[in-house]
Design a protein around this ligand. Sequence first.
Ligand code: GLU
Length: 502
Amino acid sequence: MEKPVVVRFAPSPTGPLHIGGVRTCLYNYLFARQHGGKLLFRIEDTDSQRFVPGAEQYILDSFKWLGIEFDEGVGFGGDHGPYRQSERRDIYKKYVKVLLDSGKAYYAFDTKEELDAARAATPNFQYDASTRGNMRNSISLGMEEAQRLIDNGENYVVRFRIEPGEEVLVNDLIRGEVRINSSILDDKVLYKSADELPTYHMANIVDDHLMEVTHVIRGEEWLPSSPLHVLLYRAFGWEAPQFAHLPLLLAPEGNGKLSKRDGDKYGFPVFPLLWNVPGTDTTYSGYRECGYLPEAVVNFLALLGWNPGNDQDFMTMDEMISLFDLAKCSKNGAHFDIKRLLWFNHHYLQECDEQMLVDTLKTQIAEHGADAKSDEYVKTVVQMMKERINLPQELWEQCNFFFAAPTEFDEKSLKKWWKPEAPKYVSELCDFLEAQDDWTGETLEPKVMEWIASKEYKTGAVMNAFRVTLVGAARGPQIFAITDMLGREESLRRARKAVETL
Ligand code: GLU
């Protein structure tokens, strides 16, 4: 019988969760759900030097916002805990001993100075079968001497004894077969007595085994570690999980990885939520606070490195779950394209809870000291204008003229439409409009058109000049939709005032 699918997301809490990590977790989630399996959340905090307080909670909050759910792990419980590696020291010690006892690992006592000296003496020095005899370890010194040093309290590390000349095969579900020769690998450190903690490699594979992980889906940056991991599984006599290394997320231009500096450089967030660097004033912006919708971020990320092969852009989580396929993931890095994310956001804003947009606009109106009139009015404006925005933050910029008369006029629009005849057109139009009883846009429009024709004016010249007086620029929705909203008094007041001042 096939083992049930178990995948994991295993971040190190070294700071805010990078958007590349979000994608990795999303793919794990889609894969788990598609196979009716489980997704585990494990914290890999064996590097105490790089531990950042708050990072773990930040990661949990991010996935909650994004709608990606875990089945087991830190914050969720389960039968394979604890799920924080710093709480699993005894487990790792036991397995380090297993390797030591079987001769597949050994103690090494070389100090930093000794290692530096070896590196200086031999170009491309590698601690391996060809050099370990010249170093200070339990193989060169003998076990008795090693034990004496340990009893004396000397610091040591445990190294993996890699036999040269073995073929290592990593069967990657995205990259196919990756073959290497074990001779190129060094005797990796698995454990350090100084902090009584295993290194990433040791803890990672012990946990994946004990947590019954069947598929390791992770970023391409971990591909070079996987032959070592395969050898470790072999040393324990354990079956290795299936690997799938996801393509890199690249900066918008060039071949570099998307970094947090790119966010600053190109002016978009690279983190899901706002992050305050602990103990400093430095903050990094987050998608949530910038007005991106979780559905948009998820949909966009899903397609950065995978596509279902059917030209479909917009997908619900359920559709993604049923369509997702590791075999259709690309081997090549995917360029981050903020315009595309904005396009997704635009799409999802059209279907989102309108009240959120109403509230955003109301806040902006208050911030600008303008008059919201009524909830109904704000709601109508949102309905009229939301198709013009990619982010809720753009509402005020697009809609301000519904709430406040223009105080500034766009220069380009003036140059184009505020020609010497414009004041005459607009005041004559005002006189005409003033005489109309029915001010609904529908009735007004044909009458105004008729009037312009009777005067033999150009429609564009009259109506755009009028528009500029109401909006402050030659933009916005249909002009009679604007007069409808502003009403007779306000429309005429703005137009007459502009004629006087412009
Ligand atoms: N702790 C590693 C990370 O931060 C996990 C790598 C893996 O998935 O094996 O990404």
